[in-house]
Design a protein. Structure first.
Length: 309
């Protein structure tokens, strides 16, 4: 009997096996066409304000629709962005809190704020234990991470793409919270917001190799090779000449899985990590995606802060 021909395995990413990642951990707030995503566990803290923005609503015009663009881009006006930000804070009930953005550049720089800075600070994470400050990070595919210490009443916002993930920026933010506020990682709540999923996030094999030199479990964060029906992900790394197939030009990286693993390594409890399974590239009806839209993409905001007394 002739051998049965098998088809290449389909690429798939399993969701984290913890109830914190389930859809019922999340809720949404809608007002005047603007939709905000929140996590129920954080909503139980009355002194805390947090939220993840989405695309619909706002006053900016993109492809014939009104969108909530919250970042300064070439295609939008500053007046529109400021009005969108005011609307976003209004839906959150946070118009009395000072928004503190960052000038992000895919770094591992973490700032601690006690008062609003006099000028925009360069960095990709910020933390505070002071009421009245709304920390925020902008994304259009990268992973936004919000951290809350309910015992010390301290918070942080982290922006992490593949460079920030490689530099362990989330872990460094936790380290700063420990040094500044006495935070214990086991007490922290962490939320990983909407971001590009492993289904859509292609990176070069040089990026995969860089991760494998830094993290012993990095192979778990990459899916099967785009070209292959090879049985093992990243099999090309162990292939030796002569006669092996050339390596693929790209692989798929699950950034949220990578950052969740780093949070666990930092000492967070599995039940305290909440992960959105929404892909910004797949759900362009809800989000902006730089990978899909390029320079025409807007910016999402993920914010967290302590309400004034």
């Amino acid at each position: 009997m002739a051998p049965t021909k098998t088809s290449p395995r389909k690429r798939s990413f399993r969701k984290p096996r913890n109830p914190a990642a389930s859809a019922n951990a999340w809720t949404q707030r809608t007002s005047h066409g603007v939709r905000i995503l929140q996590v129920n566990a954080l909503n139980k803290l009355p002194w805390l304000v947090h939220g993840f923005s989405t695309r619909p609503g706002g006053v900016s015009a993109l492809d014939g629709e009104k969108v909530l663009n919250l970042g300064f881009t070439e295609w939008d006006t500053r007046e529109n962005v400021l009005e969108n930000r005011h609307c976003f804070q209004s839906v959150l009930g946070a118009t009395d809190i000072t928004f503190v953005p960052l000038k992000q550049f895919h770094s591992d720089v973490v700032h601690v704020f006690e008062t609003p800075p006099a000028e925009l600070c360069r960095g990709d994470a910020s933390a505070t234990n002071q009421p009245g400050l709304l920390l925020g990070v902008q994304t259009a595919d990268c992973v936004p991470i919000l951290l809350v210490d309910p015992k010390k009443r301290a918070v942080a916002a982290v922006h992490t793409g593949w460079r920030g993930t490689l530099q362990r920026i989330a872990m460094k933010a936790i380290g700063r919270m420990h040094m500044q506020f006495g935070t214990r990682p086991a007490d922290l709540l962490a939320v990983l917001g909407p971001a590009i999923g492993g289904c859509c996030y292609e990176v070069g094999t040089d990026v995969a190799a860089a991760f494998l030199t830094q993290f012993p479990n990095a192979a778990e964060w990459f899916d099967e090779l785009r070209t292959g029906d090879e049985p093992n992900p990243l099999q090309w790394l162990s292939m030796m000449p002569p006669g092996h197939q050339p390596p693929p030009k790209s692989v798929h990286l699950d950034l949220r899985k990578a950052n969740r693993a780093q949070l666990l390594d930092a000492g967070l409890r599995e039940k305290n990590i909440f992960v959105s399974d929404l892909c910004t590239a797949c759900r362009r009806d809800l989000f902006f995606s730089h990978r899909k839209e390029g320079a025409a993409a807007g910016r999402l905001l993920s914010v967290i802060g302590i309400r004034p007394s």
